[in-house]
Write a protein that binds this ligand. Structure first.
Ligand code: MOS
Length: 745
């Protein structure tokens, strides 16, 4: 079953509305509704909050502000990953960013809560905020580490000398805007007090993080917090940790002794869950006339919130992508009074490859060389900065296969030379690379006396297909038909996983499940072969085969026994085994090898010769991700990422009002993302593969690879169509129009 394009096992539940999401639980009884009130200034201090009118309004049960909020835990920087730390809210009168929660109004109905929230009167003294980003800001500082614990700076060889000496040089600055995760299901939470405990129905990517974080914030024992998140309507990083809606719902539920639910509005998502930092990236590439890189530098400056540091690892994969003897990477942070930066799909690679893979295209143009050829000539034999072998690198295979499928030979070698009617047509390509991560994950697999298999882990399914791939792995592992396997996810109390994020979820949970199956097969064989009444008695378990719900051992004559029968005879309560995957830091493969996934993106665009309207015509991605668990769900992840990449190239941009620090386009009417009409033809192809260094299944992450480099392929196609290079993303009409070539001249 592994590797088959199995339909989502949870699909029928979702399309029939029977998959229950965090905000939708009713078995807790009639809940109260909380409405978050946000600051209307970007920096300053609350001088007074008049709560009386709101408190007197119909149905209102509570107005919680910094003046009456229960004591909360503080952020503990010694906790390694921020999503496991306390996330206190309403911590005082100071305002740190526009929209920061200043109150929660709780009422009997949503409408009453919202109406009362409007009656809240907050007086501020407005401080002088810093809201405008500048790359050369004097206040830029050097963070200790960047996201995921990666080093801030690296240097190999003598970059300056290498750069100076080269025949061909590119030295350009690229900027990327603030970008937001926008899951279809808003961040939402329903908290039900149960005795001393809290049952927290929340939309979350990592159950363990949510439990630990809520407990630390409310200063409760973690075992008193019960996280329930079986279905999650998208995450993209913004649900790795919990946010104000969860903490406020929990605080209010505890104070009132009643269920309370709070959801962010779409506009509040643009304020309260963090965003991809804006970046300015200087990329310097130097090469000989043969196209061989001699020097690579990638220097990144980003915004950060002054109190909640976040340094996106934007230059991290530049350390691994191409060979060159002289290399530099760096990350700098400029503090601004804006919401914190946060993980957004492919943190680091998404904006980083937009810049670097544009620069490689610029280098190819300067060399007069095909951009694929330039990349192939700079293919490293070992990881150029870590000096360790690659576990399984197939970038060149992806480039060659993609070129053939896409018809790359039809690309006009000269920019702005292909015209079809009113359209200037261009082809672009880019490499894709993404780090592969592994986190501590436990999965329990059970066999019931009726012969069904049960998979249990607190892993989440954020729409990616976890239920389905775990079904496949365990169906394979125990020799059961898929409809005899049941998967339980997304609840604290189940074996602890690292959840969904960093594209690690599928590989972690499936490898742990495969290990659990191996241990369980062993137990089944010990029981059956040692049972005088079993047809398998005395046979050599080494020859056992699990299939069709039975175990068979071939000997002089074949013998088999149904799994359910074995379980019923020996452990009528069920047989179980647990499989575990270690943290990558404790797994020597992750220090001895450079473990990544790869791909090649291809895009064709048309640019209107008169209006500069840019239309994406088609995209192709060819990827190498180790073994594919399910090509249908994997493809869905990849094309989603590619479309997001196209959006980053052409559309997405959250704009800050530099007077107030507010995001002015904070809704999906004004914050543009690709819609169907923007996405004509996108295909993702996955090469057969198996990375034996990654884990026992040979599988690596898929979810974030699709976005990596996808935008650069589109940007490079725009250059090929027009001869214009826009380095300030997104590439919009007004940036292209002034330079558009006069093709009729
Ligand atoms: Mo991903 S940005 O780790 O959900």
């Amino acid at each position: 079953m592994i590797g088959q394009p199995v339909n989502r096992v949870d699909g029928p539940l979702k399309v029939s509305g029977r998959a229950t999401y965090a905000y939708e639980y009713w078995d807790a009884g009639q809940p109260l509704y909380g409405c978050i009130v946000g600051a209307t200034i970007g920096k300053g201090r609350i001088t007074r909050i008049h709560t009386e009118n709101a408190e007197r309004a119909q149905g209102v049960r509570m107005v919680m502000t910094h003046q009456n909020v229960p004591v909360q835990g503080v952020r503990d920087e010694s906790v390694q990953f921020e999503y496991w730390r306390a996330q206190p809210v309403l911590t005082g009168p100071d305002i740190h960013y526009h929209g920061e929660p200043v109150a929660l109004v709780v009422a009997a109905t949503f409408e009453q809560a919202r109406a009362a929230a409007d009656l809240l009167d907050v007086e501020y003294t407005v401080g002088r905020g810093r809201f405008a980003f500048a790359a050369d800001d004097d206040e830029a500082y050097i963070p200790k580490v960047v996201n995921a614990g990666l080093p801030t700076d690296t240097a190999v060889g003598d970059f300056e000398a290498g750069f100076r000496a080269a025949a061909v040089r590119v030295d350009q600055r690229y900027t990327t805007p603030y970008e937001f995760s926008m899951p279809m299901e808003p961040h939402a939470c329903l908290v039900e007090p149960r005795g001393e405990d809290l049952v927290v129905h929340v939309s979350s990517q990592i159950v363990d993080a949510a439990q630990t974080s809520v407990a630390a914030t409310l200063r409760m024992a973690p075992e008193r917090i019960h996280i329930v998140t079986p279905f999650v309507g998208g995450g993209f990083g913004s649900k790795l940790g919990v946010h104000a809606e969860t903490i406020l719902a929990a605080l209010a539920a505890r104070v009132l002794g009643q269920p309370v639910k709070v959801a962010l509005t779409r506009q509040q998502i643009f304020q309260l869950v963090g965003m991809r930092p804006t970046s300015s990236q200087r990329v310097r590439l130097a090469a000989g006339r043969d196209g061989k890189l001699t020097a690579i530098a990638h220097d990144v400056t980003m915004h950060t919130n002054p109190d909640l540091e976040f340094a996106e690892q934007t230059a991290a994969t530049t350390r691994s992508l191409y060979a060159a003897p002289h290399r530099l990477t760096s990350h700098r942070l400029t503090p601004l009074d804006l919401p914190r930066g946060a993980d957004v799909r492919a943190p680091g690679e998404a904006p980083g490859l937009l810049a670097v893979e544009s620069a490689v295209d610029e280098l190819a143009h300067a060399l007069g060389m095909d951009p694929i050829e330039v990349r192939i000539r700079n293919e490293p034999t070992v990881d150029p900065e870590r000096d360790v072998p690659y576990s399984d690198r197939h970038l060149v295979d992806c480039l060659r296969d993609g070129a053939r499928r896409f018809g790359w030979e039809h690309r006009p070698a000269t920019p702005a030379s292909l015209r079809e009617g009113r359209w200037l047509v261009g082809y672009g390509m880019s490499a894709a690379i993404r780090g592969h991560f592994q986190g501590p994950t436990a999965v329990q697999v059970r066999l019931e006396a009726d012969g069904t298999g049960v998979v249990r882990t607190d892993m989440t399914d954020i729409g990616t297909g976890t239920y389905t791939i775990l079904t496949q792995v365990v169906a394979d592992g125990l020799g059961l038909p898929a409809d005899r396997v049941r998967v339980e996810l997304g609840r604290s109390g189940l074996p602890t996983s690292w959840g969904s994020g960093g594209s690690w979820g599928a590989a972690n949970s499936c490898a742990a499940a495969a290990r659990a199956c191996a241990a369980l097969r062993e137990k089944v064989l010990v029981a059956a072969c040692g049972d005088a009444d079993s047809p398998l008695h005395g046979r050599d378990p080494a020859g056992a085969h699990f299939g069709d719900g039975s175990v068979r051992i071939d000997g002089a004559e074949g013998a088999s026994q149904a799994l359910g029968e074995i379980v019923a005879r020996h452990h009528p309560e069920g047989m179980e085994a647990q499989g575990e995957i270690r943290f990558m830091g404790d797994d020597p493969n992750y220090s001895d090898y450079s473990i990544h996934t790869y791909g090649a993106h291809f895009a064709e665009v048309g640019v209107d010769a008169d209006t500069a309207e840019i239309r994406l015509r088609r995209m192709l991605g060819v990827f190498s991700v180790g073994r594919v668990l399910n090509p249908k769900t994997a493809r869905s992840q990849l094309i989603g990422g590619m479309i997001w990449g196209a959006g980053a190239a052409l559309e997405e941009e959250a704009v800050v009002d530099s007077r107030s620090g507010a995001f002015v386009n904070r809704d999906l009417a004004q914050y543009l993302v690709p819609v169907h009409a923007d996405v004509p033809d996108v295909e993702a192809v996955i090469l057969d593969g198996y990375d034996d260094k990654a884990n026992l299944l040979g599988a690596k992450g898929v979810g974030e690879l699709g976005i990596c480099g996808a935008g650069a392929a589109v940007a490079n196609a725009v250059f090929n169509a027009t001869g214009l290079r826009v380095r300030d993303f997104p590439i919009t009409i007004e940036k292209l129009l002034p330079g558009l070539p006069d093709v009729d001249a």
